[in-house]
Write a protein that binds this ligand. Structure first.
Ligand SMILES: Nc1ncnc2c1ncn2[C@@H]1O[C@H](COP(=O)(O)OP(=O)(O)OP(=O)(O)O)[C@@H](O)[C@H]1O
Ligand SMILES: [Mg+2]
Length: 362
């Protein structure tokens, strides 16, 4: 478990103070893949860099299973063992041990260009007291784990992006960490390579019980492998929850924009502005979101008949999220005003979320 309480981090630049992390509370359970999304500058990287204390927070505390609680006051770090009340200044030794237990991967891989794949992966094992033979055996094992055994003697410049990230993952796992922090690890990769890296992360999560904190600005990545997620904005968590629930019913403005973009429907106004869809005075353009509890098509024809409204499907999309269907349908509802309103009420009573996008009857 990683528990973050009232975390704050401010950077001072020449001109101003930047409140990169401004009171974050978050709880990440052991063995989960937790997604953190947010626009550029939201504070995502700073937050994960605080989890392994690459960045020392100004205020707040972080508790990590097996490592006790680290509390920051005025930029100074104190440590308390699990179940103890005694707080002492955090030592470099403690922080080194903690960092060894938390792996990290990055967008640009951060490999040593002049070292081979073997040397890159062996690097974090160098000062652990392991013998040369044991290190070699461990590197072999790690290369098998990331399916890259044949590249053991290659240099980074001889590898594809996906292969470089596999090396970085192997290196991050060298010391058997329980936690892996991933900062935009797939952002520089093609979609199909991204998919293979996400599959690898998912496999490692299952096989090793690895907890993964995954930062990304791509909702597709979150949809594909995360179980829970948080959305950050201006150094704060503005939304947190089960991935399915967040996608089915996003609350915060930036979450809506992310979710809509991921369903490819951020430009709904364009449908009406360009006249592709004509919202006449007897119609409303509405968006229906169907979740696990409600199934789309059948209900639409039922409602159309029952309330004598014409329901034209403009756009429809169904995705499988966490093994459950999540559907979004945009329809143009045409008919008598009271009938259209009754139809909307009926949709709502069937636990379908209804949003009016454009209203010709208003
Ligand atoms: N070392 C630093 N010195 C000064 N300001 C910083 C520093 N690191 C981060 N910041 C500022 O803190 C804010 C949060 O930055 P951070 O890198 O955490 O955002 P992010 O969400 O990871 O963004 P991106 O998606 O672009 O990577 C930004 O305004 C950034 O400019
Ligand atoms: Mg970042």
């Amino acid at each position: 478990m990683i528990e973050i309480n009232e975390l704050k981090k401010t950077f001072q630049t020449e001109k101003q103070f930047v409140h990169a992390i401004n009171g974050v509370n978050l709880r990440i359970e052991d063995g989960e893949i937790f997604g953190v999304v947010g626009y550029s500058g939201a504070g995502k990287s700073t937050l994960v860099r605080c989890i392994n204390f690459l960045e020392v927070p100004d205020e707040g505390s972080i508790t990590i299973s097996g490592f006790g609680t680290y509390t920051a006051r005025n930029g100074k770090l104190y440590h308390k063992d699990e179940g103890s009340d005694k707080e002492t200044p955090a030592t470099d030794k403690q922080l080194r041990a903690l960092r060894r237990s938390i792996g990290m991967i990055f967008q640009h891989f951060n490999l040593l260009d002049r070292s081979t794949v073997f040397e890159n992966i062996a690097y974090p094992l160098k000062y652990t007291g392991m013998s040369k033979e044991d290190i070699a055996a461990r590197v072999t094992e790690l290369l098998e784990l990331v399916d890259l055994s044949e590249k053991v003697n290659a240099y980074p410049s001889e590898l594809s992006g996906g292969q470089k990230q596999r090396v970085a993952i192997a290196r991050a796992l060298a010391n058997n960490p329980k936690i892996l922090l991933s900062d935009e690890a797939t952002s520089a990769l093609d979609p199909d390579v991204t998919e293979s890296i996400l599959k690898l992360l998912k496999d490692l999560n299952k096989k090793l019980g690895l907890t993964i904190v995954l930062i990304t600005h791509e909702m597709a990545v979150v949809k594909s492998i995360c179980s829970r997620m948080a959305v950050m904005e201006n150094g704060k968590v503005v939304e947190e929850g089960n991935v399915y629930d967040v996608f089915a019913d996003p609350q915060a403005g930036s979450t809506r924009r992310f979710v809509n973009a991921s369903f490819g429907i951020n430009n709904l106004e364009k449908l009406t502005e360009t006249g592709v869809v004509n919202v006449t005075s007897n119609s409303k353009l509405i968006r229906l979101t169907f979740d696990r509890a409600s199934v789309g098509e059948a209900l639409i024809s039922e409602v159309s008949r029952k309330f004598d409204v014409n329901l034209n499907i403009v756009l429809a999309n169904v995705e499988i999220l966490q093994d459950a269907p999540l559907g979004g349908i945009i329809i143009l509802a045409k008919g008598e005003k009271e009938n259209v309103l009754a139809a909307i009420d009926y949709f709502r009573s069937c636990s379908v979320k209804v949003e009016v996008i454009a209203d010709g009857m208003a």
